[in-house]
Ligand binder design. Sequence first.
Ligand code: WT7
Length: 586
Amino acid sequence: MIGQIPNPNEPTPNLADYSAMQAAFSWEAACAEWVGSPNGGLNIAFEAVDRWVIAGRGEAIALRWLGKNGERQDLSYAELARLSDRFANSLERLGIAPGERVCILAGRIPELYITALGVLKVGAVFCPLFSAFGPEPIRVRLAKSRARVLITTTLLYQRKVRKQRGELPDLQYVLLTDSREAELGLYSFHALLEAESDHRPPPRTQPEDWALLHFTSGTTGAPKGAIHVHQAVIAHQLTGRWVLDLRPGDIYWCTADPGWVTGVSYGIIAPLANGATLVVDEAEFDARRWYAILERERVNIWYTAPTAIRMLMKVGAKTVREHDLSALRLVASVGEPLNPEGVIWGLATLGRPFHDTWWQTETGAIMIANYRALDIRPGSMGRPLPGIEAAIVRRRSDDRVDRLEPGEEGELALRTGWPSMFRGYLDDEERYQRCFADGWYLSGDLATCDADGYFWFVGRNDDVIKTAGHLIGPFEVENILMEHPAVVEAGMIGKPDEFAGQIIKVFVALKPGYEPSDALRKELLGFARTRLGPAVAPRELEFLPDLPKTRSGKIMRRLLRARELGVPLGDLSTLEGEYPENSGDE
Ligand code: WT7
């Protein structure tokens, strides 16, 4: 257990008394007290940016962008408010109506932040696509979202969208961030922006209006689009304040890419809604670069992920000691299990223990966390946010749930009714309903809770995996491989990896007439990588004569996993789940 670390220079935690807040807090009251925008609406972008300008903090830096080639650009709150107003005006001129989807496919560039806020201001739905996705995951998401507008760069457009544009009838406008020209169906983002005025009336969105669409994966079927509403900002702001201990003027760095939910909820909304300065690094992970950023920018609050922490640990403490990291006040982690060694390494080398936090695309905001004011139990995800009731449950066949005793393993569930809870999966009400039972949201994670209310992660109860913190479902990966003429069946698993947590491994059965060979393995891996992109591509591939299946014909990835881990196949009692008819569906 790691207790509070006394430091006379540190302000008292924003959440100073966890138990008192847990007893007193209600979302109803918090939502009712929320002021909102001047015309009575509630809008994420207004709460994140314009509110500060009105309060006289317009000159504070909202965004400090560090380009991969050493460029720097600062945008103040006032500038960000102005530019996002302009972009909202551009979208309005294009005829984008409230509720319509606008996608962005870009790296961490300033235009991404202007886009996110402008889309929210016009009342459209912001949907980020990860730039390391290949053409196929991008096509699927653009099609499912029925996006009318895509903001991207010339290179990403040419590599990942152009060829498939004919299959995307809803996609009317593609705005390029790095082009001044307009040609058929392509427009210049900056030219559109420059043509507009800085002014716009405050947004009119209501708390339950759709705001964000984040795609996420399950075991079966295509990716699901989780919908979040404007009221989510209340949970973003509050978790930023209580868990990340953010306060106005803090320098804050979230290393997650805005192509995923963390990079939006905590890479844009929560820090701005708390008046912090957001550090954005365009470059990919590099230990020395990262330490240099922490030092030079005087980062106070740092939110990162176990994969990065493991890579930093590998580089060693000597590199850390070459840097002055004394500005760091709180370091936190999310996305995959953070082992106790990581927490303790943080304390020993950065002088700060990593605070693990747990949440999901569906929960929209942090639900379980280690707080500054409470002891940290290394290896535990922490305790529920005040206002959140979490429990370990078992779903019964009559669709009620039983709560389990401390120490018992079961599914992590949350009592419904917090503002950032997803309001649906786009066009899939049935799947949405399946996530709930008896007034609980069932997370799909297996966990335990100890007698003091700390939650401990055990694993997933389905076949999705985490690689470098990214959630990947088997469906997309297996489907692509099966499009290759040599492949009859494919099964994906996560193979344990020292750094990424898991890497994607596929088992493949070949059609008659094809023989396993190194050349074919390379061809299949290359085929998958070209179509899926580096973030989703399998790293290893193994041939099998055929894949283990249930009687109803579903691939039993659990057996593939057991095979990989060297668990004897005969000893099925050691495998999780029921056997042999375990469906593996969510
Ligand atoms: C899944 C959700 C991470 C939030 C945004 C990504 C896993 C998340 C932890 C943690 C162990 C964790 C769970 C969860 N996960 N946080 N602290 N310890 N596992 O959301 O992509 O929807 O992923 O990430 O399995 O269900 P996501």
